[in-house]
Design a protein around this ligand. Structure first.
Ligand SMILES: CC(C)(COP(=O)(O)OP(=O)(O)OC[C@H]1O[C@@H](n2cnc3c(N)ncnc32)[C@H](O)[C@@H]1OP(=O)(O)O)[C@@H](O)C(=O)NCCC(=O)NCCS
Length: 211
């Protein structure tokens, strides 16, 4: 069993532990030491304990007092995720890649280190996902998609074939992206949107068709 800490005890951080639990049910792999969080709310702290886990302290405390092990960052915001990821890697910790056992993955697919792929995701063929991607429940990713680093794809998104997704992109829940389009660095497609044109960097689009 490999020791693992989950950084961030918010909603997605706690969902990450479900992915770990499912992996462990198939094949005992990870021993979750607990959650690292600089400012856990009382609500989140209580929810961590209700699911039988524990808070270990802040990033500073954990990096100062624990031997390097594996870590996964369960923080949605790409800029926070990138910053905290850098601190752990600089301190010699190894990113864990977590793929729920119900995920289906076709031939010639690369999932970047530090990524979390949640239950029910379907990834077809010749796909490249970058470092620390969060692919949330029941999303589909079609053939030849290329995604950068720190991408967040919320539940039930449909990414069509040959789509290029830049670093730090957020796709809101139930959005769909038509084939062959690109989403620039740091862009966002809102929940429920249908992306029908390329999205420039650092741009938010929403609606059907997305504007
Ligand atoms: C698109 C999004 C990024 C916009 O965020 P924002 O800029 O803070 O937007 P605001 O909440 O200030 O809303 C601005 C306007 O856009 C509208 N709007 C917000 N989100 C929208 C969406 N997804 N689709 C259509 N319109 C939307 C609001 O109703 C508001 O309209 P108004 O000016 O006529 O009142 C955000 O709403 C979104 O969809 N995020 C993804 C959320 C998600 O996936 N959640 C699941 C988590 S697992």
């Amino acid at each position: 069993m490999k020791d693992l800490v989950i950084v961030g005890c918010g909603g997605f951080g706690r969902e990450v532990e479900d992915v770990v639990d499912a992996i462990n049910q198939e094949q005992p792999t990870w021993r979750v030491l607990g959650y690292v969080d600089d400012a856990p709310s009382d609500v989140n702290a209580a929810l961590v304990s209700r699911r039988g886990s524990q808070l270990l302290g802040s990033v500073d405390e954990v990096l100062a007092h624990r031997e390097p092990a594996h870590f996964v960052v369960g923080i949605g915001r790409a800029d926070f995720r990138r910053a905290v990821d850098a601190r752990f890697r600089e301190a010699g910790w190894e990113p864990a890649t977590l793929i729920h056992p119900t995920v289906t993955i076709g031939a010639d697919v690369v999932v970047g280190d530090g990524s979390v792929i949640c239950a029910g995701v379907r990834i077809t063929t010749n796909v490249r996902l970058g470092y620390s991607n969060h692919i949330n429940l029941n999303t589909t990713i079609g053939h030849d998609v290329v995604a950068g680093d720190f991408v967040s794809i919320n539940p039930l998104v449909a990414v069509s074939g040959w789509v290029e997704i830049g670093d730090d992109v957020l796709l809101g829940t139930q959005c769909c992206v038509l084939q062959g389009l690109s989403l620039g660095h740091g862009s966002t497609a809102g929940a429920g949107s249908c992306v029908v044109k390329d999205v420039p960097a650092a741009t938010v689009v929403k609606g059907v068709p997305a504007r």
